[in-house]
Design a protein around this ligand. Structure first.
Ligand code: SF4
Length: 227
């Protein structure tokens, strides 16, 4: 069984690797892009855009303003923006704003000067932000080379024998980041591709390998157990 790193060229070929970039680089690192990356973990792009616009129109898009906002008022703003089901994200979002304002001062030079590991530690320290969300915010919000290991990624790697069941989050993240290098666009592309496979073919309950582009990379015995 080839190592995950050795399999990268075949994975890229099987998935039809094309260059991809989720956001224009100029936006990355602003509080707005960080908040959008956080919200997109739970909402689609349309709802995220509605919430961002509502926060902007209310003068709350600056981290210092949002950090001091009344959570009940922000929850009402979410409801009137059509994001009633995302009200639970308001308090973590305010905590994210508090961390951003206190740590990064909403200053582009400060944001650029902070190492990725420090940003990761800071994001993980925010109540309500777990390791995968922290890496998604690093990648999509700050434009850093980070890979958010979601359940689909974990499943695919286990089923192909690229990792063992039970491997820790950071070990999987390091494996993927080490194999793909430090290009955020490539990391974002693979993350999106694996998420799509996780929805369409490599589901938690069933692996539909016969219709999956990665079937030629399976072990001879087929997908390995992941539960
Ligand atoms: S070939 Fe099978 S195990 Fe591999 S990603 Fe596709 S569905 Fe999952």
């Amino acid at each position: 069984m080839p190592h995950f790193t050795e399999s990268i060229p075949d994975i890229f070929t099987a998935l039809g690797r094309q260059s991809a970039s989720a956001r224009p680089p100029a936006e990355l690192g602003s509080f707005e892009s960080v908040a959008a990356a956080f919200l997109t973990r739970a909402a689609d792009e349309r709802i995220t855009s509605q919430i961002i616009k509502a926060l902007r129109d209310s003068g709350l898009m600056a981290p210092t303003q949002l950090a001091e906002a009344d959570p009940v008022e922000v929850e009402d703003l979410f409801r009137t923006s059509g994001a009633r089901s995302l009200v639970k994200l308001v308090r973590p979002l305010l905590k994210l704003a508090q961390w951003f304002a206190a740590t990064l001062d909403d200053d582009d030079d400060v944001v650029l000067s902070v190492p990725t590991e420090s940003l990761r530690d800071g994001l993980r320290s925010v109540n309500g932000i777990g390791p995968a969300t922290a890496d998604a915010v690093l990648l999509e919000g700050f434009g850093r080379a980070a890979y958010p290991v979601d359940r689909a990624t974990y499943r695919i790697l286990v089923r192909h024998g690229w990792i063992d069941l039970g491997v820790e989050y950071d070990e999987v993240r390091s494996l993927i980041e080490g194999a793909l290098g430090d290009d955020p666009a490539t990391l974002a592309w693979l993350s999106a591709e694996f998420a799509t496979l996780g929805r369409l073919t490599c589901r938690a309950t069933v692996a539909k390998c016969d219709r999956c582009p990665l079937r030629s990379l399976l072990p001879e015995s087929g997908p390995l157990g992941d539960s």
